[in-house]
Write a protein that binds this ligand. Structure first.
Ligand SMILES: Nc1nc2c(ncn2[C@@H]2O[C@H](COP(=O)(O)OP(=O)(O)O)[C@@H](O)[C@H]2O)c(=O)[nH]1
Ligand SMILES: [Mg+2]
Length: 394
């Protein structure tokens, strides 16, 4: 048992105070009137002082109550702390999320492109690919790769190389015909006559996968001083007969005369097909070669992208079946060629890479272009798996 003395202004006030603390276990023992408050005996007021006794279990009860309150307080604080911690974690998560969102949506480059694509696009541009070709390749990479995958530069680069390679097509085997008439058209100075000489030699000798054939060259390029001499010189060195013709009728007659030849190679004048008269003239020449004649367009790899597209377009009326790319040795950039080929959907048959007749010619192979691209690192074994082996050039 314990005694408690409590003072207050009124009897009721003291009772309420004690009951609040100890409940009904506090029993009034005595009470008296006292003066409370004041200062040095002045201004004090009359009040009551009550003495209670409280049973131990009452005390325990009250202590328990207090302990409970303490426990509650502790739990509450704990929860507040926990909530604070959760809030902090949430804030952390929120700020991380913002960073992630900002990173993925934030323009990695000024135009908002992923860095991998920005770099590859710049490389394509440096390799002289047309804007349309570049846009198509980059759009494909954007749609086929997730943001995570785009971070892996090498794999996007290799995929792009394969897409470029897939767009380089080779012509089908020509239909068997005898004689097989092959006509080379194209702008002046691209190397038509030289290429005709190279083709004559390799077919005559059975090189570069061709079997040894009976070959003849026909030239209509007899307006330019020395042009006739040029091809006749090649002919005599290689022991390939040459015919020179002046008109379309001549040409028709000459082909008819040599119908037992395996392969007739026709060199043409390289005037601008923009000229309507020349265009009509050229059409007559092609008609004279017969419906089975295979027309090839010779273009120099050194031609600028837009000019290349123009040449492809200008020669369209001659329905060339494939392209011969000349002077590959004179440029490190072949995006112009690949853009024009893709744009026109034309296959590429031969590549020439030097002035040596007949050494500097080979059948086209996608890798020959891909390996020339500046700034790209083509995985040759992987690409050879896809497109077949390619020989090393000396
Ligand atoms: N570097 C290089 N020069 C070539 C190539 N093909 C032809 N040429 C040169 O280009 C010039 C023009 O060739 P030509 O055959 O007369 O062109 P054509 O006017 O189209 O008949 C000549 O000096 C050739 O030696 C090639 O693949 N590489
Ligand atoms: Mg010529």
């Amino acid at each position: 048992m314990q005694y408690i003395v409590e003072q207050g202004a009124t009897h009721r006030e003291v009772l309420e105070k004690v009951r609040a603390r100890y409940g009904d276990t506090a029993q009034v023992l005595s009470h008296r009137t006292v003066r409370t408050g004041g200062f040095l005996g002045l201004f004090s007021r009359e009040g009551v002082e009550i003495t209670f006794y409280v049973k131990d279990d009452g005390l325990r009860e009250s202590e328990k109550k207090r302990a409970d309150v303490e426990e509650e307080k502790r739990k509450l604080l704990e929860r507040i702390n926990q909530e604070r911690a959760i809030q902090e974690v949430l804030n952390e998560v929120r700020s991380l999320k913002t960073i992630v969102e900002e990173t993925s949506s934030r323009p990695a480059t000024a135009d908002g492109e992923h860095p991998t694509l920005a770099v590859l696009d710049r490389l394509l541009e440096e390799n002289d690919f047309s804007p349309a070709y570049r846009a198509e390749l980059v759009a494909r990479a954007r749609s086929e790769f997730s943001l995570d995958c785009l971070d892996d530069y090498a794999s996007v680069e290799q995929a792009m190389l394969a897409w470029m390679g897939d767009r380089i097509t080779l012509p089908d085997e020509p239909r068997a015909a005898r004689p097989r008439v092959v006509v080379l058209v194209g702008p002046t100075g691209v190397g038509k006559t030289t290429t005709i000489a190279k083709l004559a030699a390799i077919h005559n000798l059975g090189m570069a996968g061709a079997k040894a054939q009976d070959v003849r060259m026909i030239t209509i390029d007899n307006f330019r001083i020395g042009a006739r001499q040029q091809i006749e010189t090649y002919g005599s060195i290689m022991r390939v007969p040459v015919s020179t013709v002046e008109t379309a009728q001549d040409l028709r007659a000459t082909i008819a005369m040599h119908r037992d030849t395996d392969l007739i190679l026709v060199d043409t004048i390289g005037k601008s097909p923009r000229d309507a008269v020349r265009l009509a003239e050229m059409q007559q020449i092609l008609d004279a070669c017969g419906p089975a004649a295979e027309v090839y367009l010779a273009v120099s790899a050194t031609t600028k992208t837009q000019d290349m597209l123009d040449v492809f377009r200008q020669f369209e009326p001659f329905r060339y079946r494939a392209v011969v790319v000349t002077k590959m040795d004179e440029t490190g950039r072949v995006g112009n060629v690949l853009s024009a080929l893709a744009d026109k959907g034309k296959p590429v048959a031969w590549i020439t890479d030097g002035q040596r007749v007949p050494l500097d010619i080979e059948r086209a192979h996608p890798l020959r272009f891909l390996m020339k691209l500046e700034g790209f690192a083509p995985n040759r074994p992987k690409l050879e798996e896809r497109y077949g082996p390619v020989a090393d050039r000396q």
